[in-house]
Design a protein around this ligand. Structure first.
Ligand SMILES: Cc1cc2nc3c(=O)[nH]c(=O)nc-3n(C[C@H](O)[C@H](O)[C@H](O)COP(=O)(O)OP(=O)(O)OC[C@H]3O[C@@H](n4cnc5c(N)ncnc54)[C@H](O)[C@@H]3O)c2cc1C
Length: 444
């Protein structure tokens, strides 16, 4: 009985219950379909490039084990139905994906497979545990992180599974990876110096594990090496959260594990409120007087605000497809509070430029900064980018790395705006702060 495993954001063979289930049934085929989509949250350009590299490693691994990764671009439901017929498959395996498009495809595919007598089997491979089915004592979802985290720690986090041996299904004539056109025509992604696949993921974990106990003190330093750097791999499911958890949990890594807990909380929140990618969780923010200002947005997204820590972050994002969490908070705060630009616009820019773009995490992050989410930072807490820069990049190394115009500026003033040869400050911080507080007062 042949099974087709349809990969989406679960690009791995390890710790994949669906692959185990398929291998136990009989011959296994694997496939990835790149959707021609117009959905507002279709995969962004940076992550598509990263997906190309990721699929290349997955394809190598499957072929080295005697299998085939079928690849096609088009309508996922139609392609899966075609492959099911060509393979004579009697089951299709997918991993639960909270993305609205994936949910719609699963619904449609299930309806089309059932009359054919083909089963659609869904596995939850993206989370530590079945945290979405965990509720507070009153039966409602968690809305605050700390009780969620306390509860999570009482649950068993299963040990990761290995790769089962499987019998390959018959080979089909398949498309080539380059036919998916995941790489941009103009190679603006050439600075994405990440090692793809499991090799890259475990390089990050091996670097990070010996220093995981220092994460609590070091994590706010905005360099890639102060944190684990596993998010690009987790976003496409190259490693599972359980693998990360069990790799790191051997030592004194409580603070780090709680961040993995934030990811779980983001998934819990998103499953219960899928509209949170677009709508504020605190409905009062629907009345917030946001400003639509494309020129200001362009200065922010191009790293030309005139505030060094903000511009360094935005330029790092463009160049590498990644940004440190502390800097994500600073740049997001600047956009929504100093510029009053809607958090949804910032979330969309991150979505297009991050290789670790993840809808639950991105939605939670932006709503947290904007002050309109669950357990969010209060809106009136407005990060001052000069003070944040001085505190978290005291020697200006991060700023100098990403803003060559400031390479020769002395450290004691580097976080101030107004240096010759560098963008002038686009807004006065005192004025912008008061404007944000006045705007907040309007919705209270
Ligand atoms: C505005 C904003 C947008 C964000 N968008 C995304 C996104 O699209 N994708 C994404 O993966 N993360 C997002 N984050 C969360 C966080 O910034 C990244 O997960 C983190 O910087 C990734 O680097 P790392 O793997 O080195 O993290 P580490 O600090 O080493 O943490 C390990 C893992 O824990 C999880 N994690 C850490 N911090 C958070 C957090 N605050 N919320 C949820 N999960 C967390 C991630 O899976 C991360 O890989 C966003 C944060 C903000 C403030």
């Amino acid at each position: 009985m042949t099974t087709l495993v349809w990969f989406r954001r679960d690009c791995r063979l390890h710790d994949h219950e669906g692959v185990h289930w398929a291998a136990a049934r009989g011959p296994v085929a694997f496939g990835y379909v790149h959707a021609h989509s117009t959905h507002p949250w279709r995969m962004g350009a940076a992550q598509q490039s990263w997906l190309h590299d990721t699929l290349a490693t997955l394809q190598d691994e499957i072929e080295s084990r005697g299998g085939q990764l079928l690849l096609e671009a088009g309508n996922p439901v139609a392609t899966i139905l075609k492959w099911v017929q060509e393979l004579g498959a009697t089951a299709v395996v997918v991993s639960l994906d909270l993305h609205p498009e994936s949910k719609a495809w699963d619904h449609e595919l299930s309806a089309q497979l059932t009359p054919l007598g083909v089963e659609l089997k869904v596995f939850d491979t993206a989370r530590l545990t079945d945290s979405c089915r965990q509720y507070k004592a009153d039966g409602t979802p968690f809305r605050v992180f700390t009780p969620f985290w306390k509860h999570l720690q009482t649950l068993d986090i299963p040990t990761p599974l290995g790769v089962p041996s499987w019998q390959p299904a018959i080979r089909l004539a398949g498309g080539a990876l380059c036919d998916l056109y995941l790489k941009p025509a103009i190679p603006w992604d050439e600075g994405f110096n990440w090692v793809a696949g499991r090799k890259g993921a475990f390089q990050q974990l091996e670097r990070f594990c010996p220093v995981a106990s220092k994460y609590g003190q070091q994590r706010n330093t905005p360099s890639r090496t102060s944190t684990s750097g596993v998010s690009p791999y987790m976003a496409l499911g190259v490693v599972s959260p359980r693998e990360v958890w069990h790799s790191v949990s051997l030592g004194d890594a409580g603070v780090f594990l709680s961040q993995v807990g934030w990811r779980e909380f983001a998934y819990h929140t998103f499953e219960h409120t899928p509209s949170s990618s677009d709508e504020p969780l605190q409905s009062a923010f629907n009345r917030f007087p946001w400003v639509s200002d494309r020129d200001s947005f362009a200065l922010w997204s191009n790293g030309m605000t005139g505030y060094p820590i903000v511009d360094a972050g935005m330029r790092e994002l463009w160049a590498t497809g990644w940004m440190h969490n502390r800097v994500r908070m600073i740049v997001a705060s600047f956009l929504v509070k100093h510029l009053l630009i809607p958090w949804q616009d910032g979330a969309a820019w991150f979505w297009d430029t991050l290789i670790d773009a993840d809808l639950p995490n991105n939605s939670l992050g932006w709503q947290w900064v904007a002050g309109c989410g669950v357990d969010a930072a209060p809106y009136f807490r407005i990060f001052n980018p000069i003070l944040q820069g001085k505190k978290f990049d005291p020697h200006g190394q991060y700023v100098k790395q990403w803003i060559p115009e400031l390479a020769h500026v002395s450290t004691d003033v580097i976080h101030e705006p107004g240096h010759r040869g560098y963008a002038p400050p686009m807004v006065d911080l005192g004025y912008a702060r008061q404007r944000a507080l006045d705007a907040l007062a309007q919705i209270r």
